[in-house]
Ligand binder design. Sequence first.
Ligand SMILES: Nc1ncnc2c1ncn2[C@@H]1O[C@H](COP(=O)(O)OP(=O)(O)O)[C@@H](O)[C@H]1O
Ligand SMILES: N[C@@H](CCC(=O)OP(=O)(O)O)C(=O)O
Length: 377
Amino acid sequence: MAGMDEQEVRRSVAQAGTVVVKVGSSSLTSASGHLRLDRLQALVGALSRVRLQGARLVLVSSGAIAAGFGSLGFDARPEDVATKQATASVGQGILMAHYESAFAVYGLKVGQILLTAQDTRQAAQYRNARRTLGRLLDLGVVPIVNENDALASNEIRFGDNDRLSALVSNIVRADALVLLTDVDALYSEPPSRPGARRISFVPNVVQAMESIDAEGSTSGVGTGGMTTKLEAARIGAVSGIPVLMTKAGLAGPALFGDPVGTVFAPVRHRGSARRLWIKFASAPRGSYEADPGAATAVSGGRASLLPAGVTGVEGDFSAGDPVWIRDQTGRVLGKGVSAYDAEEAVRLMGRTTTELSRSYGHQYAHPFVHRDDLVLL
Ligand SMILES: Nc1ncnc2c1ncn2[C@@H]1O[C@H](COP(=O)(O)OP(=O)(O)O)[C@@H](O)[C@H]1O
Ligand SMILES: N[C@@H](CCC(=O)OP(=O)(O)O)C(=O)O
């Protein structure tokens, strides 16, 4: 809920019925490309306590590449795509084997879910991922999610698990997202710099992103650095989900509401699952150009985009695909699901729904993008 103070955010993390925890490579692996078993086991100990107290838990774990390159005899993280994919394939097996036996100590079962960006962009695959994750959680299993690095090539990658974990939080409708990394908290600038200030509460991450310097540093084995963590916190906060970030060694206290790390307050109420998908996960396949009247109406937040207000159609999309909505200067106003395919839309644009109904029948008397299927950006 919007307007929460620090204590309320911490309490809602501790009381979350469904929690997504993301752990970064730097927290699980050594610089030589091997898993740090002691760390993995400590993490699993903390997570198991939460699960055994009744919370539904999803773990988004990085580390496939960082845990795989040492065992393949490389002295550094590989750079080329094919070797990275092969390394991830080996490392993912190592990770899962250890998670499986570490959770088994607490009598818990794990299930592997490897996602590609495509699985969140397409509505049908998104629903499929949601169904499988939901069923695993119903069965009391801890789903362990990673990007399907072995098959994802550069063009179709999420690239970082921070953003992925925020999308997974929306998929499972999590009550909290916990990002575990190798720094204890968010700082005003990279903590290696003198003068970096520790921040324990971020009331509005959208505003905070303008003043925090997260540039140019990762731990070396991680990929996204602080920038992608802030982006994940933003997606969470804007989706109505409280977010906590701290170092992996503090997972236990963090999940039990102790004052560790940085918490980010939700900045909006949570919208419907469909709108969250449109806003954060869907990839538009074309766009509608709105005339000034339609642009104003749509920007007001309550109107649908009617055929009469559309002056251009771009791209090759089908009915049910996401599209951008732009004004006549090309500025993006929003994103929505088109009720028509591009070819039909070209034929129908510029005409009132009454005209369309008269010429083509009742089934054509509806908006190009219904307001329930439209989000402003
Ligand atoms: N403003 C900041 N506050 C905290 N950490 C920061 C900041 N800017 C950069 N960093 C760096 O981000 C790193 C964590 O990112 P990364 O290496 O990608 O971790 P992970 O593997 O957990 O995803 C930290 O080691 C830290 O040095
Ligand atoms: N999917 C990749 C990790 C990608 C990633 O985001 O890494 P990190 O910044 O350590 O969370 C892997 O398992 O190696």
